[in-house]
Design a protein around this ligand. Structure first.
Ligand SMILES: [Zn+2]
Length: 227
């Protein structure tokens, strides 16, 4: 991958051509890698374009790299705090919290990561089956179904009234998880982001704008490899 100098180091970027895009644009992908998209027949020099956009790129990159990820090496984010993880042999799989440590009890033929992920998913389910109906009752709507999935976004609501969330919701501090649930539950009543939607959301979560901004300080979910 090509690179350009950045703060004493280097930043990698990719150039995508041959699209029908009419404009040049820059974006950071989920892994914080910069992508430059050029129109199909453009013969512009990417390095020169980077230099022109440098201030925006540097500012954006600093913001993105400060975000908190769900996993950092041997740590996992759970309900807003980082816990170090430790695997221990055991006949039965289980997870227990011991101070600031999460201990993964792992049978000989199993992988701690899979046990931990299954546990996080269950924690998310246990939280959501209580939180979503409680918000729904406040708006006088009903949740048909709640799904916790390995998806690349925090959550969504279908027209059939199904609420789906990333298991990663359980890594967030309580107030941000609540905001996400309130947001999706509000879609059961307003299937858009209109003024009416925001008014109803404010009933459940008065400072939702502040929460939206805070949510951006966390790395958004991505589908993780559970194998
Ligand atoms: Zn929405």
């Amino acid at each position: 991958m090509p690179k350009f100098p950045f703060e004493g180091g280097e930043l990698e970027y990719t150039v995508r051509r041959g699209t029908s895009a009419r404009y040049i644009y820059f974006r950071f992908k989920k892994d914080n890698c910069l992508e430059i998209v050029l129109p199909r027949y453009s013969n512009q020099n990417p390095e020169r374009l980077i230099n022109e956009k440098r201030r925006w790129i540097e500012k954006k990159y600093r913001e993105l790299s400060k975000r908190k990820p769900a996993f950092t090496g041997y740590q996992v984010l759970f309900r807003g705090s980082y816990y170090s993880t430790e695997a221990e042999f055991s006949a039965k799989p289980a997870v227990k919290i011991n101070g600031q440590k999460i201990v993964i009890l792992t049978p000989p033929d199993e992988a701690p990561k899979i046990i931990l992920n299954a546990w996080l998913k269950r924690q998310a389910e246990d939280y959501l089956v209580v939180a979503a109906p409680a918000f729904a009752a406040q708006l006088g709507v009903k949740v048909k179904e709640i799904r916790v999935r390995n998806i690349g976004l925090w959550g969504y609501c279908t027209r059939r009234g199904v609420l789906a969330f990333s298991w990663q919701i359980i890594t967030l501090p309580q107030d941000l998880a609540e905001y996400l649930v309130a947001h999706e539950v509000t879609h059961l009543s307003e299937f858009n982001h209109s003024k009416r939607f925001r008014k109803k959301l404010a009933l459940l979560c008065p400072d939702f704008q502040e929460k939206e901004a805070l949510l951006k300080t966390f790395v958004p979910p991505s589908r993780i490899n559970l194998g």
